[in-house]
Design a protein around this ligand. Structure first.
Ligand code: AMP
Length: 206
């Protein structure tokens, strides 16, 4: 099954995409992760957009996405997390592959800001904590798992989050008009949201 997850920043779409992909054997393809993991000159070009909370140009997104799709065979299908985000990306995707289902995960803007401004990431092992929700690190600024230092993503600062949300409402909500989709309430707990998605998509272990 080929699935697209759409939702505002902090809606948990990345968390849910990861959990559901692992549970049902899909590839999890996050354009945000692919862009953040870029290296060398490409990284410098991408960071200009990321640090301002702007969408990365279609040309750069297409480059990292095509690189990823050419690498792995996703026999059971994939979950696209964070793509397409604009009308032109929907058109780009149509040239690459068809999509079976689209899921929108919804939360309000203030909840987005609360969740994202609390996000802290371990620079050493990549574990994710949240000082406003959970898991709260036991010692401030220190990773519970490996003792590494926790940092805040540049684009998780409140001003940048608000800008990313504006882009979401202006650009990405138009994408939803181009598909039929199921809407999921993202304000519930992680397990509850996961089960709502599984049920809405009729996913079963094969
Ligand atoms: P995310 O981790 O999905 O919130 O993405 C983080 C940032 O990566 C976004 O704010 C954009 O700057 C960039 N990004 C991710 N996916 C796309 C996309 N499909 N098109 C353009 N920029 C993207």
């Amino acid at each position: 099954m080929k699935i697209v997850f759409i939702g505002p920043q902090g809606s948990g779409k990345g968390t849910q995409a990861k959990r559901i992909a692992a549970r049902f054997g899909f590839c999890h393809i996050s354009t945000g992760d692919l862009l953040r993991d870029a290296e060398g000159e490409l990284k410098a070009e991408i960071d200009v957009f990321l640090n301002k909370g702007e969408l990365v140009s279609d040309e750069l997104v297409a480059r990292v996405l095509k690189g990823r799709l050419s690498k792995g065979v996703c026999e059971k299908g994939f979950i696209l997390d964070g793509f397409p985000r604009t009308v032109s990306q929907v058109e780009m995707l149509r040239d690459i592959t068809d999509i079976d289902r689209v899921v929108e995960i919804v939360i309000g803007d203030d909840e987005s800001v609360r969740r994202l401004s609390g996000r802290r990431i371990c620079e050493k092992c990549g574990a994710i904590f949240n000082i406003n929700t959970s898991p709260i690190p036991k010692v401030e600024g220190v990773c519970d798992k490996c003792g590494g230092e926790l940092f805040q993503r540049n684009d998780d600062k409140e001003e940048i989050i608000r800008k990313r949300l504006r882009v979401y409402h202006e650009e990405t909500e138009k994408v939803l008009k181009m598909y039929s989709f199921v809407r999921i309430d993202g304000t519930k707990g992680i397990e509850e949201v996961e089960e709502s998605i599984v049920e809405a998509l009729g996913l079963e272990l094969s």
